[in-house]
Design a protein around this ligand. Structure first.
Ligand code: C2E
Ligand code: CA
Ligand code: CA
Length: 687
C-alpha cells in the first residue's frame, strides 16, 4: 500500500461523518471510525467486503431493494439508499460519492460519505400525505372540529352529502347540521363525545343545506394534544337514507301484498299474535273474519287479469275505508282477505261489521267504464270462544266461510252455532223493531221529575217503549243497543223527537199546563245537522223551544268535545236546555265540565243505589252535588226508590228527583192526569 493510501486513511479518520472508500467494482478499501459506529462493523470486518453487504436485503419475493434514487449534485453522485447495520436495523441514507484518482496502478477509487436521513420525518410526512389523501378521497363524510366546536376541515364527501362546500362549512359551528329532531338527552350524549367522554357511534338525523333531513351513521372521536387536552374532534359519517329506503322497501316486500298494498299473511300473523297476547291480559275479545270473494274466477276469465287485479285493489280500498283504523285488513290469498277486529267491545258486533263489509260491495265497481258486480262470503271466529291462538282462529274462520260455499248471495256465518243463533235473534229483533217503527208499535212513556220544594211535577223524561205483539213490553235497555249498532237508532231518534213534539202540541191544544219534556239523544244523532233538524220538527208542530229538553250522556260529550261543543252551543242558542245524563260515570273533571253549555246535571242512578248506607256512594253523591252547585247547575238525581234516598239527597241540596219512589214512566194520558190533579207524589210525607 502506498503513502497516498495511508494519507487517505488518515484523512478519513479526521472526518466526523461516516466515510468509506471502494474500488470501481464496489469492494471496500477503507472504513472510518464514524462508519464503524454507524454500521456496527469494525474496519476489519468491513474492508474487503462488497458494498452491497451494507444494503437492506431483498424483499420477500427476493427482489433486491436498496437503491432508490440517483442524482448528481456539483459533480458528485448522490444515491438515496436503504442501508442496514450489523444488528439488522435499516435506515435511509444518502451516499455521496466522490471519485478519487490515483496513479494508473491503483486505478479509480470512490469516497463515499454517508448521511443518515431522518427516518421518522420521512415516514411521518409520507403518512401525513397518505392520511390527507385518505380523508380527501373517503366515501364517508369527514368533519373535523376544534376545541370550540368550530369546523376546521371537511372533505369532499362531506360537501356531497350535506351540500355545504368547504368554504361554507369551515369556521361554522356544527349547528348548521342540526336537524332539531333529537331530544336534549341525545344531544347531550353527542356533545359529551365531542368533549372527549370517549368514542361514540350511533345514528343521527342531520340536516342538509337545502333543509332536507337525512339519517346518518356517525362515529365521533377526539384528538388530544401532548398535554392531554382535546385539540380536535372528528366525525366520520355516512348518509344512510338510501339504506333506510331499501330497508323499507324490503319490509314492504316481506310484510305487504304487492297488489293491494295491504298487510300479507306474515304481518297479519304478527299483528294478530300481539293482539291476542294483549287480549289475554285484558280478558278482552278479538274477532277474525275470513272474507272470500265469490264469482271472482269467472270475472277474471271474461274480463282479463288487469281488470281482475284492479278489482281486487278497489275491493281492498272499500273494505279498508269501511273499517276502523285499528282493525287489520290483510290479503292472504288470491281472493281471500282476513279482517282482524282487535278492539271490539262485544263479539256480537262482528256480525254488524260483516254486514257492513258485504254492503260496501253493493254499488258496482266501475273499471274501464264497465260496471262489475261482486259479492263475498264471510266466516267469523271469535277469541277466546272458538280458538286461543292465531292458527286455530284462522282455521275456524276458514271453516265457517267454507260452510257458506253453497250460498250464492252475500252472507256471513259464525263458526260457533251459538253465535249464529244469537246473530239470528239480533237480525230478527232488528227486523221487528223496523216493523214496529213503521206500524205504530212504539210509544213514549213519561217519567215525572219532582221538585222537593214545591212538591210538584216540574218535568218529565220521555222514555221509549216497545209493545211487542208476542213478547209484550221490551225494555229499551235491550233494543236500544241493537239499534245503536245497526244505525236504526237514527230512525228511532227521529221518531222520538217527532212523537214528543206531537204530544206536547196535543197537550197545548187541549189547554193542559204541562212541564217541559226531556228526550234522550244517542251519540249517533249528535251531528251538525241536529240543530236544524230539531228546529224543523219544533216548527212543524208549533212547539216553543222551552217545552223541550235534551238529555245527552256524559260519555258522548267526553268522546270528542271539540266537535260536540259547537253543536251544543247552537242548540243552546236556539233556546233548548241541555242535561248531562248519567253524570258521574264519565269521570269528567270540573274544568272540563265548564266548557260545556249544560243547564242540568243528572246524577247517575248507580250513585243513588247505595245511598244512604254505602259510605262510598254517599261520598260520591256528596262530591257530585257539591260540584254541580259550584257550577250553579240544576241538579236532578235519578233512580230514587226509597224515602231515605230522597231525604239524603234533599239534605245535600239536591232539589229535583226522579225515580220509582215517585212514579215509574207512565203513558201520556196517565201523566197528564197526574199533572192536572197536582198529585204531590209522596213528597208531602217528608217535606
Ligand atoms: P236513562 O236515560 O238513564 O233512563 C233512565 C232509566 O232508568 C229508564 O229506564 C227508567 O225507567 C229507569 N228508572 C227510572 N227510575 C228508576 C228507579 O227508581 N229505579 C230503577 N231501577 N230504574 C229507574 P228505561 O226506560 O228502561 O231506559 C233505559 C235506557 O234506555 C235509558 O237510560 C236510555 O239510555 C235509553 N233510552 C230510553 N228511551 C230512549 C230514547 O228515546 N232514546 C234514546 N237514545 N235512548 C233511550
Ligand atoms: Ca236519560
Ligand atoms: Ca241516566
Amino acid at each position: 500500500m502506498g503513502s497516498s493510501a495511508i494519507d487517505t486513511v488518515r484523512i478519513l479518520e479526521l472526518l466526523p461523518a461516516p466515510v468509506f472508500t471502494m474500488d470501481e467494482l464496489g469492494y471496500l478499501g477503507s472504513w472510518n471510525r464514524s462508519a464503524e459506529q454507524l454500521y456496527g462493523y469494525t474496519a476489519n470486518e468491513a474492508i474487503g467486503q462488497h458494498v452491497l453487504f451494507l444494503y437492506a436485503t431483498g424483499t420477500e419475493d427476493g427482489q433486491f431493494v436498496g437503491m432508490e434514487e440517483f442524482f448528481q449534485i456539483d459533480g458528485h453522485a448522490v444515491f438515496r439508499v436503504l442501508h442496514r447495520n450489523k444488528s439488522g436495523a435499516t435506515f435511509p441514507a444518502e451516499l455521496t460519492l466522490a471519485i478519487l484518482r490515483h496513479g494508473d496502478r491503483d486505478g479509480v477509487q470512490f469516497v463515499a460519505t454517508v448521511t443518515v436521513l431522518p427516518l421518522l420525518q420521512t415516514a411521518e410526512s409520507d403518512l401525513l400525505k397518505l392520511h390527507a389523501s385518505i380523508i380527501a378521497n373517503s366515501d364517508q363524510g369527514i368533519l373535523i372540529t376544534d376545541g370550540n366546536e368550530r369546523i376546521v376541515s371537511v372533505n369532499a364527501a362531506f360537501s356531497r352529502i350535506t351540500g355545504y362546500t368547504q368554504q361554507e362549512a369551515v369556521g361554522q359551528s356544527t349547528d348548521i347540521l342540526r336537524s332539531g329532531v333529537h331530544d336534549a338527552n341525545f344531544r347531550e350524549q353527542v356533545r359529551k363525545a365531542l368533549l372527549g367522554s370517549g368514542p361514540w357511534q350511533g345514528e343521527i338525523i342531520g340536516k342538509r343545506k337545502n333543509g332536507e333531513l337525512f339519517p346518518q351513521s356517525v362515529s365521533i372521536s377526539v384528538v388530544r394534544g401532548e398535554s392531554g387536552t382535546i385539540t380536535h374532534a372528528f366525525s366520520i359519517f355516512s348518509d344512510i337514507s338510501v339504506l333506510r329506503a331499501s330497508e323499507q322497501r324490503m319490509q314492504q316486500l316481506v310484510n305487504y301484498d304487492s297488489l293491494t298494498g295491504l298487510p300479507n299473511r306474515t304481518l297479519l300473523a304478527q299483528l294478530l299474535g300481539q293482539a291476542l297476547a294483549t287480549a289475554r291480559r285484558n280478558n278482552a275479545c278479538c274477532v277474525v273474519l275470513a272474507l272470500e270473494l265469490s264469482r271472482f274466477s269467472s270475472i277474471k276469465e271474461t274480463l282479463g287479469n288487469d281488470v281482475a287485479d284492479e278489482l281486487l285493489r278497489q275491493v281492498g280500498q272499500r273494505w279498508r275505508t269501511a273499517l276502523r283504523d285499528e282493525d287489520v285488513l290483510a290479503r292472504v290469498g288470491d281472493t281471500e282477505f282476513i279482517v282482524a277486529l282487535l278492539s271490539i267491545q262485544k263479539r256480537e258486533h262482528s256480525g254488524i261489521v260483516s254486514q257492513k263489509l258485504l254492503n260496501v260491495l253493493d254499488p258496482p265497481f266501475v273499471i274501464d267504464g264497465n260496471p262489475i258486480h261482486i259479492s263475498a262470503r264471510i266466516g267469523i271466529a271469535v277469541y277466546p270462544d272458538d280458538g286461543q291462538d292465531t292458527a286455530s282462529l284462522l282455521h275456524c274462520a276458514d271453516v265457517a266461510v267454507k260452510r257458506l260455499q253453497a250460498e250464492a248471495i252475500s252472507s256471513y256465518l259464525f263458526y260457533s252455532p251459538e253465535m249464529n243463533q244469537r246473530a239470528k235473534e239480533q237480525w230478527q229483533l232488528e227486523a221487528e223493531l223496523r216493523q214496529a217503527l213503521s206500524s205504530g208499535g212504539l210509544m213514549l212513556y213519561y217519567q215525572p221529575k219532582v221538585s222537593l220544594r214545591s212538591g210538584r211535577i216540574v218535568g218529565a223524561e220521555a222514555l221509549l217503549r216497545w209493545r211487542h205483539p208476542q213478547h209484550g213490553m221490551i225494555s229499551p235497555a235491550k233494543f236500544i243497543p241493537v239499534a245503536e249498532q245497526t244505525g236504526l237508532i237514527l230512525d228511532l231518534g227521529n221518531w222520538v223527537l217527532d212523537e214528543a213534539c206531537r204530544q206536547i202540541r196535543d197537550w197545548m191544544d187541549r189547554g193542559a199546563h204541562m212541564p217541559p219534556v226531556a228526550i234522550n239523544l244517542s251519540a249517533r244523532q249528535f251531528d251538525r245537522q241536529l240543530p236544524a233538524k230539531i228546529q224543523s220538527v219544533l216548527d212543524h208542530h208549533g212547539v216553543p223551544t222551552d217545552r223541550l229538553k235534551l238529555e245527552i250522556t256524559e260519555s258522548l260529550l267526553m268522546r270528542d268535545p271539540d266537535t260536540v261543543i259547537p253543536i251544543m252551543n247552537e242548540l243552546v242558542a236556539m233556546g233548548l236546555a241541555l242535561a248531562m245524563d248519567d253524570f258521574g260515570t264519565g269521570y269528567s273533571s270540573l274544568s272540563n265540565l265548564k266548557r260545556f253549555p249544560i243547564t242540568t246535571l243528572k246524577i247517575d242512578r248507580s250513585f243513588v243505589v247505595g245511598v244512604p248506607n254505602d259510605i262510598n256512594d254517599c261520598a260520591i253523591a256528596r262530591a257530585i252535588v257539591t260540584m254541580a252547585l259550584q257550577l250553579r247547575q240544576e241538579i236532578v238525581a235519578e233512580g230514587i226508590e226509597t224515602a231515605e234516598q230522597m231525604v239524603f239527597l234533599r239534605n245535600l241540596g239536591c232539589d229535583q228527583l226522579q225515580g220509582f219512589f215517585f212514579s215509574p214512566a207512565v203513558d201520556a194520558i196517565r201523566f197528564e192526569e197526574m199533572v192536572r190533579n197536582g198529585e204531590r207524589l209522596q213528597v208531602h210525607a217528608y217535606s
